[in-house]
Design a protein around this ligand. Structure first.
Ligand code: NDP
Length: 486
């Protein structure tokens, strides 16, 4: 009797310890917590929600979908991520040399073949306090996600010095792939000492007359292979131990940078027409911080090798969590692990193929059609301007005119064009909208000192009243236009 009581106690302890394991702060994975019965009341269900469309998001999507779990990929405000602004990549698996956008194009095709559903929308807010998780999109949809993979990447840092905001888009930029052509025969500087700085300098070399890389330390941080590449470019020189104190200009465009030598303290004014920033990146984790553990710099923390975050069922992959190497190849690898992790999580909580079949009428389907129709909004309301005469005819007519400057090589511009079309339709009769291809309308580019694409320029009653040198979401563009209509 005593022996069986002892056995029972041991079993009870094992059971409690096992259950306790499930009850850790991270998981709360009780049957009640993952209440599958309640799913029959939910709508817009997404079994695997991938947030972000760079290499990490695309690989996560491919692995999620291949595992038989319907996978929806929210593309965000910069479809394709940072690779879209990258020229030649020589360290992508299996490719001697390939352009960044081509990598993304191939991966997207692969993901589409695996039936990953691409959604042209951005996640603005999340609620991870309960399962199923809630994701709130910029287009006003509430998604019910059974698992989430965060692959939101990182955004280029700014310097934070005087003059940077004033001349952003008028000489200051962070994308040589997009903007190098505006600096034909000009002297430019690149700020930073990493691989991106080398990339920017190489990208500028067919256009600029002189390229100076400004490095704040006495050595570059870029890989030796990248530094060696620079030797073939005799237009490129490097100045070490300099900090930028200020970006100076003539109120229209940049004319120089004010430097201070960090060793000697000596100050100097370095003349330049363009400042290309390559000073690292910040992880895009703000939206998730109320629920997810991050390190001091904002990188999402993951558990061991699992890619799982501090919330059970939520995973992270790529530049948003990788503070160390941040390579496109390793991001793709992390995406694979996150996709497999999400699948395993769904299996563990009892999301079976038959349950998925039962739930399928409640999947996020109708909104996918919305996204498709958003994409196909006709463009006929938008004018096309080819020269200054056409510009003057349109702007002198009075009222509000919004101009969108774009270029064929600029991925952010192409992302902006359908948004511009959609907002133009929304404001039919209240404002005029026109697109200007910078490769075609050189006289307009010169007249308005366009040095960055995309750039939006606003005329009101014949006068230029505002310019904005960055991509905007549909919501941001709507708010931007509203301010000129009152
Ligand atoms: P990094 O973080 O590697 O480098 C940022 C650079 O900017 C550093 O040299 C840093 O200086 C400098 N910097 C930071 N703040 C300032 C400031 N306020 N003033 C002046 N300089 C500043 O970022 P990258 O974007 O270059 O690279 C990110 C990752 O992407 C890396 O892992 C890189 O290998 C990878 N990459 C790979 C490429 C390829 O393989 N083709 C191309 C581009 C990027 P300091 O060194 O003093 O800290």
């Amino acid at each position: 009797m005593k022996k069986s009581l002892y056995k029972f106690s041991i079993l009870a302890v094992i059971f409690v310890v096992a259950l306790g394991g499930c009850f850790d702060a991270r998981s709360s994975s009780t049957k009640n917590y993952f209440n599958l019965a309640q799913l029959s009341q939910e709508s817009n269900i997404v079994p695997i929600a991938v947030i972000g469309s760079g290499p990490a998001g695309l690989m996560a999507g491919i692995y999620g979908a291949r595992g038989g779990k319907p996978t929806y990929l929210f593309e965000g405000n910069k479809p394709g991520g940072l690779l879209m602004d990258t020229s030649e990549v020589e360290n992508w698996p299996g490719e001697i040399s390939i352009k960044g956008p081509e990598i993304i194009e191939k991966m997207r095709a692969q993901a589409q073949r695996q039936k990953v559903q691409f959604i042209e929308d951005t996640i603005e807010r999340v609620d991870f306090s309960h399962w199923p998780f809630k994701l709130y999109t910029e287009n006003g949809v509430t998604i019910t996600a059974l698992s989430v993979i965060i692959a939101t990447g990182a955004t280029p840092k700014r310097l934070g010095v005087p003059g940077e905001d004033q001349y952003w888009g008028s000489g200051v930029t962070s994308c040589a792939v997009c903007d190098a052509a505006f600096f034909e025969n000009e002297k430019v500087v690149v700020v930073g000492g990493g691989d991106s700085a080398v990339e920017e300098a190489i990208q500028l070399s067919p256009y600029a007359s002189e390229i100076t890389i400004l490095v704040r330390k006495e050595a570059m941080r870029a890989s030796q292979a990248m530094q060696d590449k620079l030797k073939a470019y005799d237009k490129v020189s490097i100045i070490y131990n300099v900090d930028i104190e200020k970006i100076v200009g003539d109120d229209t465009t940049v004319t120089g940078v004010s430097l201070v030598n960090s060793k000697t303290g000596e100050r100097s004014l370095y003349p330049t027409a363009g400042v290309f920033l390559a000073v690292g990146h910040n992880p895009n984790s703000e939206v998730f911080k109320p629920y997810i553990a991050t390190n001091q710099a904002g990188y999402i923390q993951v558990e061991g090798r699992s890619q799982e975050t501090s919330v059970h069922g939520v995973f992270a992959a790529g530049d948003v969590h990788d503070y160390l190497f941040r390579q496109a190849g390793s991001s793709a690898g992390f995406g694979i692990d996150a996709g497999l992790g999400a699948q395993r999580f769904l299996d563990d909580i009892g999301i079976t193929p038959s349950l998925l079949a039962q739930l399928s009428p409640r999947f996020y389907g109708e909104k996918t059609d919305d996204a498709a129709s958003f994409r196909s909004v006709p463009a006929q309301e938008v004018h096309t301007i080819h020269n200054v005469t056409e510009l003057e005819a349109l702007t002198n007519a009075g009222g509000v005119v919004i101009l969108d400057f774009w270029a064929e090589d600029c991925s952010s511009c192409k992302q902006m064009l359908p948004i511009f079309d959609a907002v133009a339709k929304q404001y039919e009769g209240r404002a005029l909208f026109a697109k200007i291809d910078t490769d075609e309308a050189a006289d307009v580019v010169e007249k308005l000192y366009i040095q960055k694409v995309p750039t939006l320029v606003v005329y009101k009653d014949g006068g230029l009243v505002a310019r904005f040198g960055n991509v905007m979401s549909r919501k941001e563009l709507t708010a931007f236009v509203e301010q000129f209509l009152s």
